[in-house]
Design a binder for this molecule. Sequence first.
Ligand SMILES: [Fe+2]
Length: 307
Amino acid sequence: MALHRLISVTIGVPNVDETRSYYAEFGLTPEADGWFSTRDGGRQLRIVEAPMRRAVELRIGADDADDLDRIANNLRGLGIEAVRSPGSITAVEPVTGVRAIVTSGEHVVLLEVPATPYNGPGRYERVGTRAPGVVRADPIRPRKLGHVVLGSTDIAVTESFFITGLGLKVSDRIKDAGAFLRCSTDHHNVLVLAAPVGFLHHTSWQVDDIDEVGRGATRMLEADPTRHIWGLGRHHAGSNFFWYLKDPAGNFSEYYSDLDCIIDDQLWTPETFEGARGLFNWGPPPPPSFLAPEDLGALMSGAHSVG
Ligand SMILES: [Fe+2]
């Protein structure tokens, strides 16, 4: 695969200090320069100042310079200007204004974490001990950035930027509402979602298993119950367990585990989901504020006054 990794996301917010504290509590490790690191993925989140909350930048890893040349050609074909440097190519997605930087190299090998033993009917993977999920006491520290979800007022244009321009692949679609795109073996790294304004819907962070999804969210809610958005549940597209929380700027952040993995493109059949299936398989029903965050009106009027 030419693209191999979602490297990082930069989020602009008006309340930088408060938002940085939230992500430290969420389990990311703050660096001195405004970046945050995950346990396995390195520097993967940057919080910067912006008048309204928004996705500012995505960095994506490609294999080599040939990939960057091909992306330059593809973007040119779409009429999108790009800046090419020896190790990267930078272009701005025209609808959302998100800057995408594709860099070559920077392969990261994720460490294999031993599977948590779960007992099943007639299948004892754990005998004579309590479940790790109930005895763990250490704070949750996400392994890596999994995906970024972008609201777009023109999903056809935003999708063509990522698919035709950068070379992301389609894993599944939500009928008339969006596309799950991958730049790695993860089911999705970018989800483009139809919205009345361009905005950052959520970022998603991988933890080891469902216990860590539950434990992480529970701790965040013990500190502030108003952070709760939606969970615990399991998505249908991507299959992952999820729990969504809200940061102090209004962006959602998700703990996830057990996402579908696509290694051989030939063995995966993309589907188009409708209605609830596009959203989830089981769990509590999503609150209306999941698809239409409460500050959407403010973001729309802000976008008009800025634009
Ligand atoms: Fe998600």
